[in-house]
Design a protein around this ligand. Structure first.
Ligand code: AMP
Length: 191
């Protein structure tokens, strides 16, 4: 089973991906997490990635493809969360899997209205502010949130069309538990 998971910022894709990966015994590969780990390296490339994330923009495709292909190397069952982020990445990923003699099982899209997703992000930030010692995601700053949605609309949303022949679209509103149930049901119907 090979799944890609995508949705807008604040769609809850990270939380749902973790749940699903555990439930289906899939290796959870999050490019966002991989990049955030790279930032902590304090190398030149790490600083560049850190600046890009903090600005709410996308890391360049060559770096994203390299990091993702390396992370899934040798894996038969995986759930990729946060990749692809645009159609160029999706196309090269298809070619890569095809060269390996395989392909994606499906693309899972968590569908959350933009207003709901934005509200969630703002809430997440204000909750974190209470805990002064906590790491605060620089890309959750209000000015950056707006840019992230812009990037999502222009670059990531076209994936809905690209994956139209293998997309599972799940309504991402409701509590995390309710959304997990909807995803599991949709996957069972798909299989
Ligand atoms: P996420 O945790 O998935 O929201 O990702 C956090 C940030 O990492 C994004 O806003 C991008 O700056 C970067 N990122 C994650 N995945 C990708 C990707 N596939 N391509 C480019 N940038 C990415």
């Amino acid at each position: 089973m090979k799944i890609v998971f995508f949705g807008s910022p604040g769609s809850g894709k990270g939380t749902q991906a973790t749940e699903l990966a555990t439930g289906y015994s899939l290796t959870h590969v999050s490019t966002g997490e991989l990049f955030r780990a790279k930032v902590l390296d304090h190398t030149r490339i790490g600083r560049r990635i850190g600046d890009t994330i903090a600005a709410g923009s996308l890391v360049d495709d060559i770096t994203a493809n390299y990091v993702l292909f390396k992370a899934i190397d040798g894996l038969n069952r995986f759930l990729v969360d946060g990749y692809p982020r645009n159609v160029a990445q999706a196309k090269i990923f298809d070619v890569h899997l095809d060269n390996l003699g395989t392909g994606l099982t499906c693309a899972l899209f968590i569908d959350v209205p933009v207003e709901v997703a934005e509200e969630r992000l703002i809430r997440r930030r204000s909750q974190r502010q209470d805990k002064v010692v906590n790491y605060k995601r620089a890309d959750d700053a209000p000015a950056v949130i707006h840019h992230r949605f812009d990037v999502y609309r222009k670059q990531t949303e076209p994936l809905i069309q690209y994956y139209s022949d293998r997309i599972i679209r799940v309504d991402g509103t409701g509590t995390p538990t309710q959304v997990t149930r909807k995803i599991v049901k949709a996957l069972q119907e798909w299989e």
